[in-house]
Design a protein around this ligand. Structure first.
Ligand code: AMP
Ligand code: GLY
Length: 422
């Protein structure tokens, strides 16, 4: 099979590596990719926000399967455009991707499916916002209804900051909405399910580190690191969440006439009162995918094609490696604000020599002088496997010490607590 992967992050680099490991995958092509991806597969330019261009490229390349990484093309209808050309696509339609595209819509489907989540009010005026945050009390949770690249959520004890974020979100468009939620306390888990619209196959859970600095300080980011497995997680977490969250959502979307085909990402809080959904995403998470795929032993191409063609129930159960995986993101100077780009990157070859390490590229490019430079906020995702989390962590940080990128920063506490617990 010939596969086209859409996107340019470390998630796509991880997907491509895993696809290349499947002996039923003859060829992988990526658009637009990054410097690291261009080192392993053929790449093409494409505007990821342009569904028609994505459909045209898939047809021109005569691929058998398109795998769409980011949310922007999905919400814009790229999967519909690809299917419209008779090509199998791993990724939900624009209608189904609204589970990520609108937090208010996701809340509505969760209510229909009796899926446990935070109480919430959808507000369109500051007066409504004020009333809602006073009802729930601090800490205040204020969410942009629409896509915001992982930065639309503010959790704060400062009422003025909460109101200011709501004002900012409401000013984005005339019909803007903001979601005010009750605060959910407890560890967070990301659990992904691969679905063909009827059957859902859960992957292994991971934990993401969303705040920019150690000890969960600073603003939210797209994700600064992740690890899997979760030695502290309840034994039946995956089966419970599959039964009570993932399957009911898949069924509700199908019954609405907008089946969800692709990856359903449940962001969960394990609260004292039980597991609650924080959010759904309509795609693989980044950086969780880097650690989840590092542990997946089953062939990925066959899995994604089966989901895209309604044949998931025919597949054998997934097989997982015993190893643990840790990924640490190296971010550019000033990320998550406007990142500085164009800084030289060195040391990746040496880092890749560390046993178990795979340096995945995100925001990287080659400059006119032929040098590897930063080209985005999250630049590299240094991923390592090890017998235990402690070894994977040691390897990832050992590799990072060999990489140079001026002004860059990374968290030093990825998987620290979890690796000490086992
Ligand atoms: P989201 O984009 O909805 O995943 O939110 C980003 C991050 O904000 C989450 O990973 C949580 O850390 C935090 N967050 C979102 N909603 C809540 C909530 N209701 N209670 C506590 N933290 C939240
Ligand atoms: N790591 C969070 C996300 O992919 O949305």
């Amino acid at each position: 099979m010939k596969v086209l992967v859409i996107g340019s992050g470390a998630r796509e680099h991880a997907l491509i590596n895993a696809l290349l490991d499947d002996d039923e995958v003859e060829c992988v092509i990526c658009a637009p990719g990054n410097a690291g991806i261009a080192g392993v597969v053929e790449t093409h330019q494409v505007a990821v926000s342009d569904p028609v261009a994505i459909g045209e490229l898939a047809a021109k390349l005569a691929v058998d399967l398109v795998v769409i990484g980011p949310e922007v093309p999905l919400v814009a209808g790229a999967a519909d455009a690809v299917r419209g050309r008779g090509i199998a696509c791993f990724g939900p339609s624009a209608a189904a991707a609204q589970l990520e595209g609108s937090k208010a819509f996701a809340k509505q489907v969760m209510a229909e499916a009796s899926v446990p989540t935070a109480l919430a009010h959808v507000c369109t005026t500051i007066a409504e916002v004020g009333a809602a945050i006073d009802q729930f009390g601090a800490p205040f949770v204020v969410k942009d209804d629409g896509l915001a690249a992982g930065k639309g959520v503010v959790v704060t004890n400062d009422r003025a900051e909460a109101i200011a974020h709501a004002q900012f979100c409401l000013a984005r468009a005339a019909d803007a909405q903001v979601v005010i939620e009750e605060y959910l306390d407890g560890p967070e888990v990301s659990l992904f399910g691969i679905t063909d619209g009827t059957t859902i196959v859960p992957l292994q859970p991971a934990q993401d580190f969303k705040r920019v600095r150690d000890d969960d300080e600073g603003p939210n980011t797209g994700g600064m690191g992740a690890y899997s497995p979760l030695p502290w997680a309840p034994e039946h977490l995956v089966s419970d969440v599959t039964e009570r969250v993932l399957q009911p959502m898949v069924d509700a979307m199908r019954h609405r006439g907008t089946p969800f085909v692709g990856l359903l990402y449940a962001g969960l809080a394990l609260t004292a009162r039980g597991t609650r959904v924080i959010e759904f995403n309509a795609r693989f998470g980044d950086p969780e995918t880097q650690v989840v795929l590092a542990r997946l032993a089953s062939p990925l191409g066959r899995l994604l094609l089966a989901a895209a063609t309604g044949r998931l129930a025919d597949l054998p159960p997934l097989v997982w490696r015993q190893e643990s995986a840790v990924t640490v993101v190296i971010a550019a100077h000033n990320y998550p604000e406007t990142p500085r780009t164009g800084d030289l990157i060195s040391g990746i070859e040496a880092a890749n020599e560390v046993p178990g390490v795979n340096v995945l590229h995100a925001g990287t490019a080659v400059n006119p002088q032929g040098q590897l430079v930063s080209a985005g906020g999250r630049v590299l995702s240094v991923t390592a496997i090890g017998d235990q989390l402690a070894q994977a962590r040691e390897r990832a940080y050992g590799a990072i010490a060999l990489i140079t990128l001026a002004g860059s920063h990374f968290r030093t506490d990825i998987a620290e607590i979890a690796s000490a617990s086992k």
